[in-house]
Every structure is written in C-alpha cells, then in structure tokens.
Write a protein that binds this ligand. Structure first.
Ligand SMILES: C[S@@+](CC[C@H](N)C(=O)[O-])C[C@H]1O[C@@H](n2cnc3c(N)ncnc32)[C@H](O)[C@@H]1O
Length: 246
C-alpha cells in the first residue's frame, strides 16, 4: 500500500467525535493493517524513522525523569511498541499497555525475541490489570491528545497507584499556548461539528497537567517544554520503597 493510500484509509477509519470515549473500538479500527496503525501512532510507516523518533523519546525520558538499567517501566498507550523496541534494551523490564488489542498485535510482531518486554491489553480506561507499587517509571507519550480530560486524569491517578514510592511519572501533550498547539486547536475547530474524527487531537494547558499530577499526589511536579512541540508533566511518588512484582 502506498503512503497516500494508508493516509486516506487512516483518515476514514475512526468514526466521529461522539465515539471518542469508545477508545477500544476507535483504536482497533486504526489497527486493522500495519501501515495504517503505524501512521496513527507515529505519523510514518518506515522502521528507520520509527527507531529514530523512539531514540529521541528515550533521550527525553533520560533528561526529564531519568532512566536506570534496573528500572521496571510501564508505557500507557504503547501502540505498536515504537518506544518499547528500543527501551527494552535499556531497562530491566518494559511493559507496554494499550486499550487496543489490534495495536498490541502489531507490537507483539515487532517485539518478537525481546525477552524482557511484555504487552498487556487494558480492559477499560485505567491500569486495573496491574498491582500497586509495581513500577519504577510510568510514562505516557502521544496519548493524552486523544483522550477526554477525565480519562487523562484517571491515568495519572492510576500511574501514581502502580508506581512504587520514589517512582517517577511522565505524561505529555501539545500545549495550547504554543503556535503548534494553537494550530491543533484551530484545525479541530474548522471541522464541521458532525465530522470531527473520534481520535482528533485536543491540546492541554500547562496548568491542567500540573494540577492532575499534584491532585493525584505526585511531588516535585514540573511541566517542561520539549524540543518536539510537546510539553511534559513529570513528578515523583513520595517516599522510598521497593517495588512489588508487576
Ligand atoms: C498516537 S498512538 C501513540 C503510541 C505510542 N505511545 C507511541 O508513542 O508510539 C496512541 C495510542 O494510545 C492508545 N490509546 C487510545 N486510547 C487509549 C486509552 N483510553 N487507554 C489506553 N490506550 C489508549 C491507542 O490504541 C494508540 O496505540
């Protein structure tokens, strides 16, 4: 399939805004074939570019929340395992969780032969499949723009629960107050109301993300600008403690 065909199929694949909360259905539709799924999660279909952007994100994690070889790490909304394919080699264990079984099917194929990676399909919004205090680092990248605000907060609360005391959290989105974030906002506004796609990107304010982390109990909360048009909210679960088995 050509990149143009894949783009066209992606645009037509998700349903309208009224379906937005039906995350499983919306994202399984985008996972029907690998090219469409890659476009939906990464904006391109070729493996070298995917690796390059994953490497860039791992550098961002290092610079914002730190990364340690002994970390047990959870990605919320891991898609086709763009990041996990490389991050798996840099931590003790990498878990990828996603609401779309279709996306995880593609991830499983890409992560074949990486013994310290595991994929978990989420039954609904939340991390109910994981026990508390199980991870050193929980992150969520390029997902919040596709979620309603209540669901963004649910994942922040849930990340706090599954992090061990002293564990770190990372969440990103487009900021409404940047040129790019404002373009995302106005592009959405230009759609006829009944034709806005279910997965349409919705930016966050810096204040919103900071409030979520503080209300959930994180300390040392920061909201920082990243080089790639995103902002990231980061924080630490108070205390120090060992992790349990995830
Ligand atoms: C744009 S992709 C990003 C994938 C991955 N984080 C990356 O950076 O390559 C968004 C992902 O979020 C997942 N997703 C959408 N809604 C979700 C939800 N409510 N809970 C968990 N994952 C969700 C989708 O299935 C998709 O894999």
């Amino acid at each position: 399939m050509s990149a143009d065909d894949a783009h066209e199929r992606w645009r037509n694949s998700t349903g309208t805004l009224g379906d937005r909360s039906a995350y499983k259905r919306v994202w399984d539709r985008q996972a029907r074939d690998f090219d469409v799924a890659s476009l939906a999660v990464a904006g391109h279909t070729d493996e070298p570019t995917m690796d390059l952007t994953a490497r860039g994100f791992i550098d961002t994690l290092r610079a914002t929340v730190g990364l340690d070889r002994n970390d047990v790490v959870l990605e919320i909304g891991c898609g086709i395992g763009r990041v996990g394919k490389l991050l798996g080699g840099e931590c003790l264990q990498w878990f990828g969780a996603d609401i779309s079984g279709g996306m995880l099917g593609h991830a499983a194929a890409r992560l074949q032969g990486l013994p310290n990676t595991r994929l978990v399909e989420l039954s609904t919004v939340g991390l109910q499949e994981f026990p508390e205090d199980a991870f050193d680092l929980v992150y969520c990248t390029i997902v919040f723009m596709h979620l309603y605000e209540w669901d963004r907060y649910r994942y922040v609360e849930e990340a706090f629960r599954v992090l061990r005391p002293g564990g770190r959290g990372y969440f990103d989105n487009y900021p409404l107050d940047s040129e790019h974030g404002w373009n995302v906002f106005t592009e959405g506004a230009r759609y006829p109301i009944d034709r806005r796609p279910a997965h349409i990107s919705m930016a966050s304010t810096r204040e919103e993300l900071g409030i979520y982390l503080s209300k959930a109990g994180f300390e040392a909360v920061r909201v920082v600008d990243l080089p790639n048009q995103l902002i990231a909210a980061t924080g630490r679960k108070p205390g120090q403690g060992a992790r349990r088995r995830p």
